[in-house]
Design a protein around this ligand. Structure first.
Ligand code: NAD
Length: 298
């Protein structure tokens, strides 16, 4: 039987609608309009598209947008000065520095300079520590999106065998921490894991985040499992009569996997749209935290 398709577009639209309503109430009842500053340094065309989409989503949700575009050759000291100004600006509740940064800038130093309470990307070491310690803080947006998609299928994740492939600070590790906080039994697999197919085969919930096109085959998946595919890989199109058009695929061989899994996210249209929706949610939470208000339950 073919798997249920977990529709990230619909689920993220619903989340964005709820954030927009909460922002409206915050403005009406407290006169507070959360603000997000997205900082882009130089930037390839992909980064520029991401930033444009983020800014559009921010404005649509009723948030204030304070975008900053710096030249490619900006110095680390100049970028640190800008972060200092944004940290001190009360209208700015969230700061996101678009990665990657040019080689003259140490990204870790920049992330560490962001006020942790404004770190809506959830990359600051203090927020990573808060997440690992089960303390309130800001968690990375893509990881939050993965867990929301899993919860769209399972009312509770408690006791599920979850396997996360990938151990990056941006996706793999925070997804694993969030699943642990949901009481799943979590295994983190990575490039040095032995016999990955048999590790995957025990997963009720499989999260693939390694950036390897279509690596997870249908035969690796436990029948009925939920599969969350984080990968975004651009590959050359089929050769043939039509011109080779590049296409986007995930880390899971979707055609095979959807015949075995119980539920699966498509690529595109799965995890991708959740990331921006969770960024809006994090900005709302940051604004509430900074103003001593409880975070709305969304
Ligand atoms: P990364 O390169 O930082 O980390 C990849 C991880 O995968 C590493 O921990 C590595 O150990 C593991 N890995 C690599 N090859 C492996 C293999 N053969 N077997 C097992 N594990 C292997 O990547 P990342 O930033 O975590 O991103 C992962 C993927 O998710 C990429 O395709 C990226 O484009 C995508 N991504 C999507 C979103 C989104 O919004 N949907 C956001 C961030 C990243």
């Amino acid at each position: 039987m073919s798997a249920r398709i977990i529709d990230g577009k619909t689920i993220s639209a619903d989340l964005r609608g709820k954030v927009t309503d909460a922002v409206h109430r915050l403005r009406r009842d407290r006169g507070l309009v959360p603000g997000l500053a997205v900082v882009l340094v130089g930037g390839n065309s992909a980064s520029k598209v991401y930033v444009r989409n983020k800014s559009k989503a921010v404005t649509e949700a009723g948030l204030q947008s304070f975008d900053q575009h710096l030249p490619e050759n900006v110095s680390e000291a100049e970028l640190l000065d800008l972060i200092g100004l944004l940290n001190a600006d009360e209208k700015v509740n969230g700061i996101l520095v678009q990665l990657p940064l040019p080689p003259q800038i140490d990204a870790d130093k920049i992330i560490a300079a962001i006020d942790p309470d404004k770190d809506v990307d959830g990359f600051h070491p203090l927020n990573a520590g808060r997440l690992a310690s089960g303390l309130p803080g800001l968690a990375p947006c893509t990881a939050l999106g993965c867990v929301r998609l899993a919860k769209a299928v399972h009312t509770s994740l408690a006791g599920l065998e979850a396997v996360v492939i990938g151990r990056s600070n941006i996706v793999g590790k925070p997804v694993a921490q969030l699943l642990l906080a949901e009481n799943a039994t979590v295994t983190i697999a990575h490039s040095k894991t032995l016999d990955l197919p048999s590790v995957c085969a025990r997963a009720d919930l499989l999260v693939a985040a390694m950036g390897r096109p279509e690596m997870v085959r249908g035969g690796w998946i436990k029948p009925g499992a939920t599969v969350i595919d984080v990968g975004i890989n651009r590959i050359a199109g089929e050769s043939g009569k039509e011109a080779k058009k590049p296409r986007i695929v995930g880390d899971v061989a979707y055609g095979e996997a959807k015949e075995i899994a119980g539920a699966i996210t498509p690529v595109p249209g799965g995890v991708g749209p959740m990331t921006i929706a969770c960024l809006l949610l994090n900005t709302l939470h940051a604004a509430c935290m900074q103003n001593g208000l409880p975070a709305p339950k969304i």
